[in-house]
Design a protein around this ligand. Structure first.
Ligand code: PLP
Length: 401
């Protein structure tokens, strides 16, 4: 039999989905499962989004569309990013894709030749690692432990960029940690970025509307507008508008890069379908009450999760200020046994398995994000499930011996 390409061997199925699948299976077997595992927003977009999709369906031309995205969609996105102070971009600076993941994949192909280096922080969003592996890039990880609030320091970034990577990939607010860089922190990192003109910077900021505590969202381009010719901003409808399955992602950056992404599109997806485009425009330009309400709900849920974790001796958890994740260091449990079930906890994967088996609570092991001392709690579950899920989590830790 002929062999598959080597890059397939480098691509791994998402570790996040493995836990979610196991939780689903247990649920189908009749177990009472509360899932804190998957990073979906768990709300639906407003009615105006569905109305726009229905109207577009009635008028659908059934034809191919623009590789870059329709002009109306590009304009809606331009207006959207102007609201967060990313002004002065034009259509030529924008490209779309089938979700932010696809845009990042396109960028990896457009910016990285085999053997080029990409650097990013640990903990990282799982797909960064896998996409870099698929395009056969060298990966330089910057460890950002809880003792530095899971954030990279300017000195760390300076040391990494001094090695002249082709791409620096940054994520703010972060999945999996929920941490958000302050205005001053962004300014300090932007000063470092400015010293290294040969490195492209991708800022995957798809949670930019989900920032709590009045901290605000900040980008390197706000701090240093001259970086605009190297910084590529990534956004998505998935989390902000409760539209992960609609698959719409964007980039705003230098014209040459947007053109390269559109060229990639022309060779695989061709275009985002008309009906999806209409829904996306409605989400971006319509009433913003759903995202605003959800933001308030998520920050309250974040507080509930943190309050529970604070009651467990040994758990260390920097306070997240965005997205909908909490990422506690749970290594205090390693080497212990869960009394009632006798399940032994050697590492994060054992811990997540035992928690699921014993209490029906699904979390994602931190090793999926390059940080095996932690686990990720995604707190977007229906509100009535949150308190019982947290109580079970706490009880599990109380029962460790
Ligand atoms: C940090 C980050 N970037 C990108 C994505 C992908 O988003 P999309 O659904 O637009 O592909 C996710 C999804 O979980 C994410 O957490």
């Amino acid at each position: 039999m002929p062999l598959l390409a080597r890059r397939v061997g480098r691509a791994k199925p998402s570790a996040i989905m493995v836990v979610a699948e196991k939780a689903k299976r247990l649920k189908s077997e009749g177990r009472d499962i509360i899932s804190f595992s998957i990073g979906v927003p768990n709300f639906l977009p407003g009615d105006h989004v569905y109305a726009a999709a229905r109207e577009a369906l009635a008028k659908d031309s059934g034809q191919y569309g623009s590789n870059r995205g329709s002009d109306a969609l590009l304009d809606a996105f331009l207006a959207h990013i102007a609201q967060i102070g990313l002004n002065g971009y034009e259509r030529a600076n924008i490209a779309t894709g089938i979700g932010a993941k696809h845009v990042i994949f396109n960028l990896a192909e457009a910016l990285l030749d085999e053997g080029d280096t990409i650097c990013f922080a640990t903990p990282y969003w799982t797909s960064y690692f896998d996409i870099a592996e698929i395009v056969n890039a060298k990966i330089d990880l910057l460890p950002c432990p809880p003792s530095q609030d899971y954030k990279m320091t300017p000195a760390q970034l300076d040391a990494a960029l001094a090695k002249k990577p082709k791409v620096f990939l940054f994520n703010n607010p972060s999945n999996p940690t929920g941490m958000v860089y302050s205005k001053d922190e962004i300014a300090a990192l932007a000063d470092v970025v400015a010293k290294y003109p040969d490195t492209w910077v991708i800022t995957d900021d798809i949670y930019n509307r989900m920032v709590f505590d009045g901290l605000g969202y900040h980008n390197f381009v706000h701090a240093r507008p001259e970086l605009r010719d190297r910084v590529i901003f990534i956004d998505s409808l998935s989390k902000t508008y409760g539209m992960p399955g609609w698959r719409v992602g964007f980039m705003a950056g230098p014209e040459s890069v947007a053109k390269a992404v559109a060229t990639m599109n022309s060779n695989h997806i061709t275009n985002i379908p008309e009906v999806v485009t209409a829904a996306a425009i409605a989400a971006l330009t319509g009433p913003q009450d759903v995202p605003t309400q959800k933001n308030a709900e998520f920050s309250a849920k974040r507080d509930q999760v943190l309050a529970m974790l604070a009651e467990i001796p040994g758990i260390v958890c920097p306070r997240p200020q965005g997205a909908f994740y909490v990422f506690p260091d749970v290594s205090c449990a390693f080497g212990k046994t869960h009394g009632p079930t006798g399940l032994k906890i050697g590492n994060d994967v054992d811990l997540c398995n035992a928690l699921l088996e014993a209490k029906g609570v699904a979390c994602v092991p931190g090793s999926a994000f390059g940080e095996p001392r932690a686990l990720r709690i995604s707190y977007t579950c229906p509100t009535p499930q949150l308190a019982p899920g947290l109580a079970r989590f706490k009880q599990f830790f109380d029962e460790l011996q």
